[in-house]
Design a protein. Structure first.
Length: 365
C-alpha cells in the first residue's frame, strides 16, 4: 500500500471511522441531530467516502481487500442510520400524541387568566333546540326520519308529480341512479308523511334536520342545510290557526315587534299555499330610493319560509279522511333564521366550523 493512502485506507482507520459513525448515530437524540450525523459519516465528504475515492490508486488483491472493508463499513453505517431513523421517528410520533392528547372529561374554567380557550356549541344546534322548546311548549312533538329517503316519501306521497323539476338529478342527490328510488331528502316533509302514517289525528309534530340539494356553496346557499317543518292535523284547522302559530314562532325568534305576512304561492304539498314574509327588521319597511336597504332590497319584507293548508290528496294518501280533518304545514330554514337573528351575512361562516365564529355564541345552555 502506498504511503499517501496507507493512513486513510488502513484497517485501523476504517474501523475507527466506522466505530465513530456508529457511536454518533446511536447518540443522536432527534432527527435533526441524526441528519447532521448522516452528512458527517455518509455524505460525500465523510471519512469513508474520501477513503473510497483513493481505492483507485491500489493494485490487484490489495484493492479488492480494501474495497470490501470500505463496502462493509458503508453498509453498516447505512443500516444503523435506517434503524435509528425509524426509532427517532417513532419517538417523535409518540411525543406528539402525548403533547396533543386531550382529556375530553376535563372541565376548563372559563374567564380565568391564562386558561385554555373553551370551544362552543354550533349555533345551528342551539337554535334547533330553542325552536323545539318553543313548539313543545305549544303541545307539539319532535319527530325524526332518515336522511337517505325513499323517493316515494320524498316526492310521490307529497303530491309531487313525476315530471316536477325538483325530481331531476340536477336538483336532487340520488344515491345511485335515477331508478334506484333512494334520494338524500330535499326537505323534512317525508317525516310529516311518516307521522301521519304512524299516528291518528290529532297530530302536532315538528321535524328539524338536515336536507340536501345540489346547490353550490356561496354566501347564501349550501348543498347541505337545515330545516324545521311543522305539521298539524286536527278537526277544523284553518289558515288563521296557521297564521297565529307562525306569528308566535316569529316573535319567539325575533322579538315581540316582528311583523309577518302571507303572500300567495304554490306548493304541491299544500293548498292554499303561501310564502311567509317578515317585515324587514333593518329598515322596518320604510326603505326608498334615497335610503336603500340592502337587507330587503327596498321591498320592505323578507322571505322566511313556506306554508299552507295540507293538500287533501296528501291526507288521503296517509289514510286520513279529508272530509273530517284538515291540517296545516310550514317549513323554515334554520340557516336563514340564524342569519336574520344574528345579522350573519355569509353562509361560509355556518359551515366552516371556525371557532372564532362559534365562540361568540357560547355554550348555548
Amino acid at each position: 500500500m502506498s504511503d499517501i493512502n496507507s493512513t486513510a485506507l488502513s484497517h485501523e482507520s476504517i474501523a475507527t471511522a466506522l466505530a465513530k459513525a456508529l457511536s454518533e448515530i446511536k447518540s443522536a437524540k432527534n432527527l435533526d441531530e441524526l441528519k447532521t450525523v448522516r452528512i458527517n459519516h455518509a455524505g460525500d465528504k465523510s471519512e469513508i467516502a474520501l477513503a473510497n475515492r483513493t481505492i483507485g490508486n491500489l493494485q490487484g488483491a490489495e484493492k479488492a481487500e480494501v474495497g470490501k472493508r470500505i463496502g462493509e463499513a458503508r453498509n453498516q453505517i447505512r443500516i444503523a442510520l435506517d434503524q435509528r431513523t425509524d426509532e427517532l421517528q417513532s419517538e417523535r410520533e409518540e411525543s406528539i400524541l402525548i403533547e396533543e392528547k386531550v382529556d375530553v372529561t376535563q372541565v376548563i374554567a372559563s374567564g380565568r387568566r391564562n386558561s385554555q380557550a373553551v370551544g362552543a356549541r354550533h349555533p345551528l344546534t342551539t337554535i334547533a333546540e330553542h325552536i323545539s322548546d318553543v313548539f313543545i311548549a305549544m303541545g307539539y312533538e319532535v319527530a325524526e326520519g332518515p336522511e337517505a329517503e325513499a323517493e316515494w316519501f320524498n316526492f310521490d306521497a307529497l303530491n309531487i308529480s313525476e315530471d316536477h323539476p325538483s325530481r331531476s338529478s340536477t336538483d336532487t342527490f340520488y344515491l345511485e341512479s335515477l331508478d334506484s328510488g333512494v334520494v338524500l331528502r330535499t326537505q323534512t316533509s317525508p317525516v310529516q308523511m311518516r307521522a301521519m302514517l304512524e299516528s291518528k289525528p290529532p297530530i302536532y309534530v315538528i321535524a328539524p334536520g338536515k336536507v340536501f340539494r345540489t346547490d353550490e356553496l356561496d354566501a347564501t346557499h349550501t348543498p347541505v342545510f337545515h330545516q324545521v317543518e311543522g305539521l298539524a292535523v286536527d278537526k277544523n284547522l284553518t289558515m288563521s290557526d296557521l297564521k297565529g302559530t307562525l306569528d308566535h314562532f316569529a316573535k319567539s325568534m325575533f322579538g315581540p315587534g316582528i311583523e309577518t305576512r302571507f303572500r300567495p304561492s304554490f306548493f304541491p304539498f299544500t293548498e292554499p299555499s303561501a310564502e311567509l314574509d317578515l317585515k324587514c327588521f333593518v329598515c322596518k319597511g320604510e326603505s326608498n330610493k334615497k335610503n336603500y336597504c340592502k337587507t330587503c332590497r327596498n321591498e320592505g319584507w323578507i322571505e322566511w319560509g313556506g306554508c299552507g293548508m295540507v293538500n287533501p290528496n296528501v291526507l288521503e294518501t296517509a289514510g286520513i279522511d279529508s272530509t273530517k280533518f284538515s291540517g296545516f304545514a310550514f317549513g323554515i330554514g334554520l340557516e336563514r333564521t340564524l342569519m336574520f337573528r344574528y345579522g350573519i351575512t355569509d353562509m361560509h361562516d355556518l359551515v366552516e366550523a371556525d371557532i372564532r365564529f362559534t365562540s361568540r355564541f357560547g355554550l348555548g345552555i
